[in-house]
Design a protein around this ligand. Structure first.
Ligand code: GAL
Length: 722
């Protein structure tokens, strides 16, 4: 699909558009390729004297890029049609002439007050009809024609003004689309939703079927009867609800596309991106894999999740972004040097975590590491948010750490890391946004179902077994792996099920979990027994769901007893399918041990079905990542996947390229651990290198948040071990 300023959510309804050409921001003239290092920079909060001081501190820290003008609309167009680029010209020239490149934002994230007051029709409404008033940010309707008009005017003026500026290396469109205005229930949204449904279904009859409107007399006779799901006195129609989420995601993408169309026309040589919010810790209402088709390179914002699961969550999110980027370099557009300001309790980071987090993103393919923000604000809602230069100033441990990190990134670049890409794993975990949206509805078998967390659970289980998995979006090349995990892929069309059958038949191994293949992509249930889309390949069938909960007298967990006595028992929670039929070919790998009256005693919990040349393992229950790791370890080893529980305390991520193989080792625990590796140590943090044995293997001793980066010559790559 061609980018157009008229792009609407409806244009995106029926198609999964083809990917735009990949383009990466190039270094300033005369500079060599470096890992991009920098932050959001908000000079409008400071005066020219501070700008000069900022440039001095940036150079000292090795900063080579900043994102400018993310929230500058009110300064750039203080009155309608009156433009003021003078201050921004001055800042860009100051930065650029000092060798600092600019990622220039289009400033469309927050409309100025004059615009909101002159055109209150741009303000979104929530499902109860309440207005999103100005006073925070992103108070505009993604589908508003008025907003679109002013948005495009601004972007055109900016693009024309800066079309020949040598210091702008990329455009940063909007900011975190959908962060505060994703669901809008206004009349504009209603009209756009009707058009979107028309584009998706073509006929009202098709829509009636998809939404199952014969239930509760919800049948529609024309597209203009469609309403966005405003507050209702009962349960929403799930089909409409799911489509509204799809539509809302498309509406945000359409805003970005409208801006991108102007930029492509006026500044065809400058690549553009927008910052996503991919995070394993929470679900998202935006289909970022689809969004990834509309940018020249992917950028992500990731904020640390306090507590001991933080590193795994970060690693999983970064692996998912690598999957969305199809293993091309991506940019970490924002993370924090320490505390954020938007949680109930804003913990600071612990020693070593700031740099460890940056290098973990780098390991998973981020060739640029940026923070929010350069200088900590003195006023405003984010004045307690950490930054590269904190309130304490240059004489602070954060700024010193920032300088150290700048130095270390340079060391990694000098060692050739930019010539490498993340090595493909043997195993892919599928991530499917739409299944997550469908499972999160209020009328599911259990409110504990959470598709967005099950892929991460598998990522952690595999990490416990010493395997670093790839996380691949549903539309990605998951069938090019040795093994695939299909975790809660609840909505499954026949095309996907066929691909899965072909994959296994040809020799692949598939792990399919509970709540997969239950419904088609319109959330219509496959009949004849669950899991309807994949009964043949899994070889199992069940007739009811069996959620587990803490209601007195009900089972809250079930003991899982493996057939192989060498494998430890596990505990199923939240969900355990009452499998009642199995194909003759199926082997039971584990069964539940439960009270006779629960109906679950002896029921298979985990099965294996040979199918063609391959094998399909069905995991019918939710297990903790530790339990899952123990259950799947022998299966992985059988299939020739290099797994070992001893390696589980250190996550190993490999990037490969013409200059060698780069092995990153990260301590996953909050204690001290050790690991063995070969190769030359490029750099490390909170890690000591022991002596080497005759084979060249050395022992690394990690403190909490410790990591190391080793380089191996490519010809030796196979001899590397831990
Ligand atoms: C992001 C946003 C930034 C800043 C940051 C604070 O969501 O893009 O502008 O608000 O969070 O953590």
């Amino acid at each position: 699909m061609v980018l157009s300023t008229q792009s609407s959510a409806a244009d995106l309804a029926a198609v999964f558009p083809s990917r735009l050409r990949y383009r990466w921001p190039q270094p300033l003239k005369g500079q060599k390729n470096a890992i991009w290092y920098g932050a959001d920079y908000n000079p409008e909060q400071w005066g020219p004297d501070v700008w000069k001081e900022d440039v001095r501190l940036m150079k000292k820290a090795g900063v080579n890029i900043v994102t400018l003008a993310v929230f500058s609309w009110a300064r750039l167009e203080p009155y309608e049609g009156q433009w003021d680029f003078g201050w921004l010209d001055q800042v860009i020239n100051l930065l650029g002439s000092n060798g600092i490149a600019v990622d220039l934002a289009t400033s469309t994230a927050t409309v100025p007050q004059w615009l909101a007051l002159a055109h209150p029709d741009i303000l979104p409404l929530d499902r109860d009809g309440k207005t999103f008033w100005p006073g925070a940010r992103q108070h505009w309707r993604p589908t508003s024609p008025t907003y679109r008009h002013y948005e495009i005017e601004l972007v055109r003026h900016l693009a024309e003004h800066y079309r020949t500026n040598p210091y702008i290396v990329s455009w940063h469109i909007g900011n975190e689309f959908g962060c505060h205005n994703l669901y809008d229930y206004s009349e504009d949204a209603n009209r756009a939703f009707q058009q979107w449904c028309r584009a998706r279904y073509g006929t009202v009859e098709a829509l009636n079927r998809a939404w199952g409107t014969d239930f509760w007399s919800q049948r529609l006779t024309s597209f203009d009867q469609i309403l966005v799901p405003r507050w209702v006195n009962g349960y929403q129609n799930p089909g409409r609800q799911l489509d509204f989420v799809r539509f809302s995601s498309d509406a945000e993408i359409a805003c970005e596309r409208a801006e991108a169309a102007v930029l492509s026309e006026v500044t065809p040589n400058i690549p553009f991106t927008t910052n996503f919010m991919v995070s394993g810790g929470s679900g998202t209402g935006i289909d970022y894999d689809k969004f990834g088709t509309s940018v020249n390179f992917i950028s992500n914002d990731h904020y640390f999740m306090p507590g001991k699961d933080h590193f795994d969550e970060l690693a999983y999110s970064a692996a998912l972004v690598d999957g969305m980027a199809r293993k091309m370099p991506w940019l970490l557009m924002e993370h924090s040097t320490s505390a954020v300001n938007w949680r109930g309790i804003n913990y600071r980071m612990r020693p070593g975590e700031m740099e460890r987090d940056s290098f973990a993103h780098l390991a998973f393919g981020a060739d640029g590491i940026l923070y929010f923000q350069w200088r900590q604000s003195q006023a405003g809602a984010e004045k307690y948010h950490s930054a590269m230069v904190p309130h304490a100033g240059e004489n602070s441990h954060i700024y010193r750490d920032v300088c150290q990190q700048g130095h270390d990134l340079q060391t990694a670049a000098d060692a050739g890391i930019l010539s490498s890409r993340v090595k493909k794993s043997d195993i892919a975990i599928i991530f499917d946004n739409e299944s997550a949206w469908a499972l999160h509805q209020e009328t599911s078998p259990s409110q504990k179902l959470a598709q967005f967390s099950e892929p991460m659970n598998w990522f952690r289980a595999l990490a416990d077994d010493g395997v670093t998995a790839d996380v691949v979006p549903l539309h990605g090349p998951w069938n090019e792996y040795k093994a695939v995990v299909i975790p809660n892929v609840y909505l499954m069309d026949q095309a996907f099920a066929d691909q899965l059958r072909d994959f296994v038949r040809a020799g692949g191994m598939a792990f399919v979990t509970y709540m997969s293949g239950i419904a088609d992509r319109n959330d219509r249930i496959y009949l004849g027994g669950y899991p309807g889309a994949v009964r043949d390949v899994t070889g199992v069938r069940f007739e009811e769901f069996n959620p587990l909960g803490d209601t007195p007298g009900m089972d809250s967990s079930l003991e899982v007893v493996p057939a192989d006595p060498a494998i430890p028992h596990a505990s199923a929670y939240d969900f355990a399918d009452p499998i009642s039929d199995m194909a003759d070919s199926v082997t039971v790998l584990a069964r539940y041990s439960a009270s006779a009256d629960s109906g679950m005693n002896g029921v298979p919990a985990m099965t294996s079905n040979p199918y063609g040349k391959g094998q399909c393992i069905y995991v019918g229950c939710r297990l903790s990542h530790q339990d899952l790791a123990a259950q799947i370890l022998p299966v992985l080893t059988d299939r020739g996947i290099d797994a070992s529980a001893e390696r589980g305390s250190v996550l190993r991520v490999v990037r490969e390229g013409e200059k060698g193989r780069y092995v990153f080792l990260f301590n996953r625990t909050d204690g001290e651990v050790s690991a063995q590796a070969t190769g030359t140590l490029i750099l490390s943090s909170r890690c000591t290198l022991g002596s080497r044995d005759e084979s060249g293997t050395c022992t690394l001793q990690f403190q909490s948040a410790g990591f190391a980066l080793m380089r191996q010559e490519t010809q030796n790559s196979d001899s590397e071990s831990e």
